[in-house]
Structures are given as structure tokens and as C-alpha cells.
Design a protein around this ligand. Structure first.
Ligand SMILES: Nc1nc2c(ncn2[C@@H]2O[C@H](COP(=O)(O)OP(=O)(O)OP(=O)(O)O)[C@@H](O)[C@H]2O)c(=O)[nH]1
Ligand SMILES: [Zn+2]
Length: 384
């Protein structure tokens, strides 16, 4: 239960669904490094992202240590720390709370739980802690938080803490996806497809605008050639050799132009939905020899952090119900079907193989089942 009852307050209802509004505000709180009060059932906890522990709110949290602060880590991170017997996230009391320890346990590669004299396997978490981890992901932060039991939630709210219900966070993405709307559109002539229109959508997860590029004049009564493309600043914009994204993006637009039209959804899901900061952290770990998925798991991230409900809404708003999908990723096909789109056919879509991206392509094939024939791409067996 929320400490106050915003849904009954006329001032709050002015801003639409009060639960969604609170999550949007909570995302901003976490990104700014401030703690949020999470409520659910009989418990309330005050939690903040470990990333922000060296900021001003961290000082306050550290003072709270004496009242039993604990660290909440995700399953992939725990696995990395050598705590492999859990299926979900767990919480660890922090007997000697200090910034270095928190940083070590939440993101350093060479850390192990035993280094910190924390040999136990932690305690299972309840929805309030899971909600805090999910909020960190929505805010594109490392998914780990420090938390403390809130004995007097009303006082914290009075002192300015934002309170949000755990269920509001769990429901946020799907509701936000349903509430998307088109806010602007304009023709933009592209080198590969002069007759293109950019359509901008607002209201999806994380309040980030999403874009669809309608190439040519697709016949909406038939399956439409479609690609759901996750943003890749390094590859799409700068031609990074580490991945195949830029080629897939431009190649997709070209293919649509050549076949009478299509739709490219350009989703703000940098770093497989983990954000540019986490992606660069993961890239740095890859410089030290980890593959793309190992690096993400060191940071506590799942194999893939993306959610595709918003792609379904965008297609529906454009009048598209059936697609021929350009992808090698079986997850995208399943996710689009789950979002109510009829994927009539899926078509392969390759970029240029490079010395630098072969390991990435192999990892996608071997760890996530992407349908990539690497030997064929390279014309010979690819070197490990
Ligand atoms: N976390 C992380 N993200 C990466 C890395 N390399 C690329 N990405 C991101 O991975 C995503 C790739 O998106 P897509 O090309 O649309 O999707 P895909 O899963 O490769 O599937 P396809 O449709 O077959 O291309 C983008 O968001 C990139 O920013 C990496 O090493 N680590
Ligand atoms: Zn890329």
C-alpha cells in the first residue's frame, strides 16, 4: 500500500495514471542517484542504485548502515561471484559497508563473495527488492542496489522520498507500450530510399521516443517487410567494426526500397536494452577477453534485457498486422508473436563480417541461437 493515496488526489489524476507517473518519476530519481521507497505487501524498503553510492545520497545510505543495510544482486552477478545455488536475486547484509566493497561486489570482474568475508549465500528477496532491481534496469543502470528496511515510510515521504509500489514497476513496461502514440511524422529522403517517412512515437518504456521509418509505400493488406532494429550508437552511426548493426540497418532499408516498401522500427534499446553506459562497460570487459554475453553477466545483466511489446504497438498504430521479419534472432520472432503480430515469414539479414566482429557473431549463434552461418559469411571456417 502506498503511504499516501495519490489516486484519490485530484492533483495527481491531472497527470494520468498515478502508478505510471510514479514509475516515470522513480526512473528519474534512480538516474539522479537518489533513493526510492519501494512498497509492497507489508514491507517497504528504501533502495538506491549501487552506481550512485559515491554521490551525495550515498553518504546518507552509508549512515543507515547501522540500521541493517544490505546489498541486492541479480542471479547472473551472483553466479559470477561464486554464489551459484540461487535461481533468482538475493540480498546480503553488509557488515562492513563501504564504497569499495559495494563497488567490488556489484561490478568488478575479479571479485568473489568470499573476498568480502561474506561466505553465506544470502537471503531470498521479496517483490520490493525485485522491483528495485527492475527500476535500475529501466533507468539503464547496473542492476544492483543497496537497500534498508523502512521502519517509518511516512516520515521518509515527508522528507521528500518518492514512494512507488512494486506492482506498478512490474506492470510499467506493458502499460507504457499500450499507451504509445504518434507525436510527429515527416518525409526524410534517405540515400538508399528517397521515399521514406519518419514516424515518432512517445509514451513507451523509459519515456524514450521511438521511431519507425516507413520505406516507400508498403501494401498493408499483405505481410509487410519489417525489421525491428535495436539502436547501436557505435555500429549504426560510427560504423564500428565490433558488430554487424550498421550494415543490417542500411541493408534493411535498401532491401525494403528494392521490394516495394517496408517498415524499419528503430528502437531505443542500446546495448540489448541495457543502455550505452552498460554497453561500454561490457565492451571494456570484452577487451579483457570476455565474450559479449559473459561481459553482460559480469555486470549482472541477463543474456538480453530487451522487451518488444512496444514494437507490437508501433506496428498496430501503423496499420500493420502481418510481417515478413528481417532478423536472425529467434527471440525477436517469438517476442513479436507474443506482442500480437503475425510473423508470416522470417528472413535472414547479415552484415559484413570483420576480424573484430567474428567473435560477437559466434557468441550470438552459440549462446543465443541466432541463425548465422558464420562459415558461409567468411567463405571459410572462421578462426576462433
Ligand atoms: N550489451 C551489449 N550490447 C551489444 C553489444 N554489441 C551490440 N550490442 C547491442 O545489441 C543490439 C543488437 O541489436 P539488433 O541488431 O537489432 O538485434 P540482434 O539481437 O542482433 O538480432 P538481428 O535482428 O538478427 O540483428 C543493439 O542494441 C546493440 O547496441 C555488446 O557487446 N554488448
Ligand atoms: Zn552494434
Amino acid at each position: 500500500m502506498l503511504t499516501s493515496t495519490p489516486s484519490r488526489s485530484p492533483a495527481f489524476s491531472l497527470f494520468g495514471d498515478p502508478h505510471q507517473t510514479r514509475v516515470e518519476r522513480a526512473i528519474a530519481e534512480f538516474r539522479s542517484g537518489r533513493p526510492v521507497l519501494f512498497s509492497g505487501g507489508v514491507r517497504s524498503v528504501l533502495a538506491m542504485p549501487t552506481e550512485a553510492v559515491d554521490g551525495p545520497a550515498g553518504d546518507m545510505m552509508l549512515e543507515w548502515a547501522v540500521r541493517g543495510a544490505y546489498l541486492v544482486l541479480t542471479r547472473p552477478r551472483l553466479h559470477h561471484l561464486g554464489v551459484a545455488n540461487g535461481v533468482g536475486p538475493r540480498r546480503f547484509p553488509l557488515p562492513m559497508l563501504d564504497r569499495n566493497l559495494i563497488d567490488r561486489l556489484s561490478r568488478q570482474t575479479d571479485a568473489a563473495m568470499t573476498d568480502a568475508a561474506m561466505t553465506d549465500t544470502g537471503e531470498s528477496v521479496s517483490p520490493v527488492e525485485e522491483a528495485a532491481l527492475e527500476l535500475a534496469q529501466l533507468a539503464y543502470l547496473i542492476p544492483s542496489v543497496i537497500a534498508v528496511e523502512a521502519q517509518d515510510p511516512a516520515r521518509l515521504v515527508e522528507a521528500g522520498a518518492l514512494e512507488v509500489e512494486a506492482t506498478a514497476i512490474f506492470n510499467f513496461r506493458d502499460i507504457a507500450a499500450r499507451q504509445m502514440r504518434i507525436v510527429s511524422r515527416s518525409p526524410v529522403p534517405l540515400a538508399e530510399a528517397r521515399d521514406s517517412e519518419f514516424v515518432v512515437f512517445r509514451g513507451g518504456e523509459g519515456m524514450r521516443d521511438q521511431v519507425a521509418i516507413v520505406v516507400g509505400d508498403p501494401d498493408l493488406s499483405k505481410p509487410v517487410l519489417t525489421r525491428v532494429h535495436s539502436a547501436c550508437l557505435t555500429g549504426d552511426l560510427f560504423g564500428s567494426l565490433k558488430c554487424d548493426c550498421g550494415d543490417q540497418l542500411r541493408g534493411g532499408v535498401k532491401r525494403m526500397a528494392e521490394s516495394g516498401g517496408g517498415i524499419m522500427l528503430y528502437l531505443d534499446q542500446e546495448g540489448r536494452g541495457s543502455g550505452i553506459a552498460n554497453k561500454m562497460r561490457a565492451y571494456k570487459l570484452q577487451c579483457d577477453g570476455l565474450d559479449t554475453y559473459q561481459a553482460d553477466s559480469v555486470l549482472g545483466l541477463d543474456l538480453d534485457s530487451r522487451h518488444f511489446a512496444m514494437a507490437g504497438t508501433m506496428l498496430r498504430l501503423l496499420g500493420v498486422a502481418r510481417v515478413h521479419l528481417l532478423t536472425n534472432n529467434p527471440e525477436k520472432i517469438a517476442a513479436l508473436k507474443a506482442a500480437g503480430i503475425d510473423v508470416v515469414q522470417d528472413l535472414r539479414m547479415f552484415g559484413r563480417p570483420t576480424e573484430e566482429n567474428v567473435r560477437y557473431l559466434q557468441a550470438k549463434r552459440d549462446r543465443a541461437g541466432h541463425r548465422i552461418g558464420i562459415e558461409a559469411l567468411f567463405g571459410e571456417p572462421a578462426a576462433e
